[in-house]
Ligand binder design. Structure first.
Ligand SMILES: NC(=O)c1ccc[n+]([C@@H]2O[C@H](COP(=O)([O-])OP(=O)(O)OC[C@H]3O[C@@H](n4cnc5c(N)ncnc54)[C@H](O)[C@@H]3O)[C@@H](O)[C@H]2O)c1
Ligand SMILES: O=P(O)(O)OC[C@H](O)CO
Length: 331
């Protein structure tokens, strides 16, 4: 890996912190934009992000930290975005620097709520970033396990294989293995959808359903995901690969999953507002299900799990009733 590769991470949450840790293993220096001046000063003094993934040790000497997004975007060629999708539009509106000549990798697993676009499409359509300059980082990987240096696999999808290789080399290491893919759109949709299925898994758990039903739910979820992605972007893909099925499983079963945690509270009877207040982290699936539901209405895909989660989170329907109905649609 050339030490001159200039990569910056945009975002200050758990996943941004984990990506900075991975990059720091290979690069001499990493750019990092985060909003919080307090967090920046804390990292410089104490080598840890105070708010997210504080167990990960960081080396401030390697980090070019700034709370000014324009400063970081102007200075770096490759930008990795790891801001929750619900805040992306607002953050990008701070930009005065053009993104047209930048290479953008999205590590975001969601849909931009205001435009209903997956993140790559948002950069392409709203910021004129050419398709060959857009990539995705995905796969079954929790930030918490990166902090613990537990073996994890990431998929780097990009139209331009050369760019995918550069990022892949910058991220791969002792505890990170990378795979390159050309399915940018499918990978992005899968990453967004699995969060909704993890909320469903959490709701089911909260309602008292057991492991037997969870397995049926996940089995139906992967088939629903396959139908959904086929309608929005038809191409040859193996839905059992880690970027699709693997990501669904880690989110659906792991205790680290934000989306499952959120769903579990809903199943136990918390309101959406109180479940959100309980969490210090963002459950992307809450935002995703609204856009996913709207898209599926246009494509006409059969999506009983998305429909049930949507009815509970946005339709004011009782989780118990919706999941009872859902059990009759599973096979
Ligand atoms: N955490 C993981 O293990 C993981 C793994 C893969 C992908 N992702 C994806 O990475 C993205 C970021 O998730 P995360 O887990 O790092 O989130 P997080 O919950 O850990 O952090 C939330 C982030 O949102 C920021 N934020 C909160 N309110 C904001 C506002 N009003 N405006 C702008 N920013 C605001 C916070 O500063 C923080 O940076 C998501 O799309 C997620 O799906 C996360
Ligand atoms: O499992 P969640 O809900 O925390 O989402 C995090 C990542 O997307 C897992 O790959």
């Amino acid at each position: 890996m050339s030490n001159s590769t200039k990569i910056a991470v945009i975002g200050g949450g758990s996943w941004a912190t984990a990506i900075v840790k991975m990059l720091s293993e290979n690069l001499e220096s990493v750019g990092w934009y985060m909003r919080s001046v307090y967090a920046i000063e804390h990292i410089k003094r104490n080598k840890h992000n105070p708010n997210y993934l504080s167990s990960a040790e960081l080396n401030p000497k390697q980090l070019i930290l700034s709370s000014d997004i324009n400063e970081i975007v102007a200075a770096y060629d490759i930008l990795i975005f790891a801001i929750p999708s619900a805040f992306l539009k607002t953050e990008l509106e701070k930009l005065t620097v053009s993104l047209e000549n930048k290479t953008i990798f999205s590590a975001i697993k969601g849909i931009v709520p205001e435009t209903g676009l997956i993140v790559g499409e948002h950069f392409q359509q709203v910021y004129n970033v050419p398709l060959e300059n857009i990539g995705v980082i995905s796969g079954p990987c929790h930030a918490e396990e990166v902090a613990m240096e537990r073996l994890s696999y990431l998929t780097i999808a990009c139209q331009d294989p050369a760019k995918a290789k550069i990022l892949s080399k910058a991220i791969a290491g002792r505890y990170i293995k990378t795979k390159i893919s050309d399915d940018i759109v499918g990978t992005e949709y899968a990453a967004m959808l699995k969060n909704i299925y993890a909320i469903a898994a959490g709701i089911a758990h909260g309602l008292g359903y057991g492991d037997n039903f969870q397995a049926v739910l996940m089995s139906n979820a992967i088939r629903e995901m396959k139908r959904y992605i086929k309608k929005v972007h038809r191409m040859k893909r193996n839905i059992n690969n880690s970027a699709y099925l693997g990501d669904l499983l880690v989110t659906g079963y792991s205790t680290f999953s934000r989306n499952r945690m959120f769903g579990n509270m809903i199943g136990k009877g918390y309101t959406v507002k109180s479940a959100m207040m309980e969490m210090s982290m963002v459950a992307e699936g809450y935002y995703a299900v609204k856009s996913a539901y709207e898209i599926k209405q246009k494509t006409g895909t059969r999506t009983p799990i998305i429909d049930a989660v949507y009815a509970v989170l946005y339709g004011g329907k009782e989780a118990k009733d919706q999941f009872e109905k859902l059990t009759n649609k599973m096979n």
